[in-house]
Design a protein around this ligand. Structure first.
Ligand code: BG6
Length: 487
């Protein structure tokens, strides 16, 4: 059969990600018949759990599912209490995997999923190699969670460590945005429609806007977030990945290498800013108290595990320039933040205006044509056009053409993690970040963090429940633009 046959080791199986995302995603693959009965998962972590404890947690995370199926599914899960610095742990793991491979008739294929604290990623990889856990007669693959480093030097160090045990084409660096249905749709919308691609350049597009806003605050992650901030948490990975998909040239064909190579060219063309330019191109904000959905919330500085004088940013807006023939002169604006007005990820392509105005709408404004790509929660596209106002002469009115993924289809859409795990099982690395993308994105981000730590930029406090600080609006209005849609 064509089912992927593999064992999977989850480092950090007692953690939140495993429970919230990984177990449900693997279950959905099982339920959908995408994996056969020839699979086994070994959860490892420091705690002294038994197979039974792990299986109970799996049941909890699948409490709305058919108990019989869950029972069958979770029998494939095993637990190993593990010390990442102790060689014996790795030897035990290897032995356990060999036994499971025999039991389930799996040909030595092994996926190692790193979902524990990133400080151990390197140690684990090196030990897997030294203790020959990666020495099998099948294939081995590494799935690795973010954060992939803290800056370029630490990312390089981590990369060198994992490269001791895995080659580049065995490494699956997760950016869960690349697993989202509508993020994957960006390429299809662009390259499968003859009407967009001819206009997709600096002759016809005035600017591009990418917004990913959240309603939630930092929640329980203050400890992590204080060292990361929105720049490292969202911009280095998710936001820049979306920009690269919007800006890339059409690939020669739909292979992993061809697509990645076009994306990498975008990262290479990102204009590097100088330290004293950062103030003018990048806005940093932090949420203060405010009202979100009718409820009073505290400011970031009063959150758990956050320094009361913290200068960590929870919001970033930036203007990016891509120095190539297609995009010279077209700003790409990005913004992302916590405790904003709505949970939404949206892309807006603003087209240039007609050379001369013939028609006027009621308020004398002819709306620019916009193509909105809605990533979440709505999934679809809206094209903003102008039409004739019924009964008037020479008056126009904005009209919208909207396409949405219907809710039935969306309800059955694989979750980002489900898709990415399955891709890895099949050996398809297209929707994962290549090292060159990570390297170039950190190079870009490091200048910004350096300027900020040199005090080159003000931190703007914004009211919770808003779309961020005034400076974010000013960033566009300086150029004669505004964020769409106006909320
Ligand atoms: C994660 C960040 O990568 O993405 C979180 O660490 C953020 O801080 C999350 O909340 C947003 O993802 P999504 O899929 O909810 O848009």
């Amino acid at each position: 059969s064509n089912y992927p046959k593999t064992t999977m080791v989850i480092f950090g199986a007692t953690g939140d990600l495993a429970k919230r995302k990984l177990f449900p995603s693997i279950f959905r693959l099982y339920k959908a018949g995408k994996i056969s009965n020839e699979f086994a998962v070994v959860g490892v972590a420091r705690r002294q759990w038994s197979d039974e404890t792990l299986r109970e947690v799996i049941s909890e995370s699948l409490k709305d599912e058919d108990p019989k199926l869950v029972e069958e599914f979770r029998s494939h899960f095993y637990y190993l209490a593990f010390d990442v610095t102790n060689k014996e742990s790795y030897q035990k793991l290897d032995l356990m995997l060999s036994k499971l491979e025999e039991k389930y008739n799996i040909p030595g294929n092994r996926i190692f999923y790193m979902a524990m604290s990133p400080q151990y990623f390197g140690t684990i990889a090196v030990n897997l190699k030294q203790e020959k856990v990666t020495d099998t007669n099948g294939w081995t693959r590494l799935m690795i969670e973010k954060p992939f480093g803290h800056d370029l030097p630490s990312a390089q160090k981590l990369n060198n460590e994992i490269r001791e045990a895995f080659s580049e084409n065995e490494i699956y660096r997760i950016d869960h945005y690349l697993g989202k249905e509508m993020v994957q749709n960006i390429e299809v919308i662009r390259f499968a429609n003859a009407i967009f691609e001819p206009l997709w350049n600096n002759q016809y597009i005035s600017n591009v806007q990418v917004t990913s806003s959240e309603v939630l605050g930092v929640e329980d992650r203050g400890g992590y977030y204080e060292h990361s901030g929105a720049l490292r948490d969202m911009v280095q990975n998710h936001m820049l990945q979306m920009v690269s998909l919007l800006a890339m040239d059409p690939p020669i064909r739909l292979t992993t290498n061809e697509i990645r190579s076009e994306k990498i060219k975008v990262f290479r063309a990102l204009r590097k800013l100088s330290l004293d330019q950062i103030q003018d191109y990048v806005v940093r904000g932090q949420y203060g108290p405010g009202k979100v959905k009718g409820k009073e919330v505290t400011g970031y500085r009063s959150e758990k595990n956050v320094d009361p004088e913290s200068n960590t940013e929870t919001f970033v807006a930036a203007k990016l320039l891509i120095d190539n023939h297609r995009w010279a002169g077209v700003p790409f604006y990005i913004r992302t933040g916590k405790r904003m007005k709505a949970k939404s990820t949206k892309i807006v392509i603003e087209f240039k205006n007609r050379p001369m105005k013939l028609y006027y709408s009621e308020n004398d404004e002819l709306k620019a044509n916009l193509l909105e790509i809605n990533i979440q929660p709505d999934e679809g596209i809206t094209l903003h056009l102008n039409g004739k106002k019924v009964g008037s002469s020479g008056r126009s009115i904005p009209v919208e053409l909207t396409y949405s993924n219907d809710s039935d289809a969306s309800a059955n859409t694989p979750e980002a993690y489900e898709r990415l795990i399955y891709d890895c099982m099949l050996g398809d690395a297209t929707n994962f970040a290549h090292w060159d993308e990570v390297d170039l994105s950190w190079t870009y981000i490091d200048t910004i963090s350096q300027a900020w730590s040199n005090g080159h930029s003000d931190l703007a406090i914004y009211e919770s429940g808003t779309m961020g600080p005034q400076a974010s609006d000013d960033l566009l209005s300086k150029d004669g633009f505004q964020w769409w849609p106006v909320v």
